[in-house]
Design a protein around this ligand. Sequence first.
Ligand code: NAD
Length: 285
Amino acid sequence: MVYDIRNKVILITGAAGGIGAACARELYANGANLVLTDISQKSLDTLASEFAKERVLAKAMDVTNWSSIKNIIKLTITTFGKLDIVFANAGISWKESAYTVFNCDESEFEKIIDVDLLGVWRTIKTSLPEIVKNKGQVVVTSSIYAFTNGMCNAPYATSKAGIEMLSRSLRAELSGKGASASVLYPGWITTPLTDGVFGGDRLTTEMREIGFPPFLRKAISPEKVATALAKGLTQRKPRIIVPARWIPIQLFRGIVGIFSDWLLANHKRIQSLVLDLESRTKKQK
Ligand SMILES: NC(=O)c1ccc[n+]([C@@H]2O[C@H](COP(=O)([O-])OP(=O)(O)OC[C@H]3O[C@@H](n4cnc5c(N)ncnc54)[C@H](O)[C@@H]3O)[C@@H](O)[C@H]2O)c1
């Protein structure tokens, strides 16, 4: 059965970012009413100015803060009378430089988990009564990092694997209630989050080039993610994998994982890049 997005109320976290804004535009074009949330009110106002006022609520919301989320859910009900879909999309990675588990700062590691894993949990948990009531949908922005090795990006990959399982568990639990949960798995997308591995950082750029075969290295635009998301929602897809070249990798993730874990641990150049990265960040401290 087709799930019609028209007139549905969709809350997006991280809406002012690359993927969030592209998805907001696509879902709006498909007839949805939007609750746009992110850290900065200013960037939300800029995005909201593209849309008709009566179809959009744009409010700052921090996914690391329970009461901030609860307030926005209440405001959503006051404004639109309901919430149908929650798109838990906000996410961060290392602030400036990449680190290993060995040399990272404890507080930065935990901050990434707080936003990328616990932030998604808080967003979902607070929205669920409405989602269940309206037989709606939960979508989380996981990543190919849920099933590829997360070296030098461990708190991010840990979170993405965690929210994948959170959403998969939830889908099974919600099934009898007529609601559903989906996992969005973007590959490499051209947003500020990937600036480092696409030339901004010499070491992690080289790691990506060695660690992934050419056909998996290319980045795609956030608009392609948005098209896939809208289509996935209309079909209540359990998995939305974009670009499609990642579908066979996700399907054979067990075997691919054994090979890639071995390669990364045994590749001399990659191991020397890890040492370079650790000595560079030590000097910066
Ligand atoms: N860019 C990629 O290649 C890629 C690939 C796979 C998955 N993802 C995921 O897609 C999602 C969106 O990322 P993006 O690429 O658009 O990056 P982005 O940096 O453009 O957007 C992320 C947004 O999250 C917001 N945010 C950060 N901390 C927050 C908090 N505490 N509360 C609320 N909002 C917060 C930021 O302000 C930003 O607008 C993230 O979860 C990211 O991990 C990105």
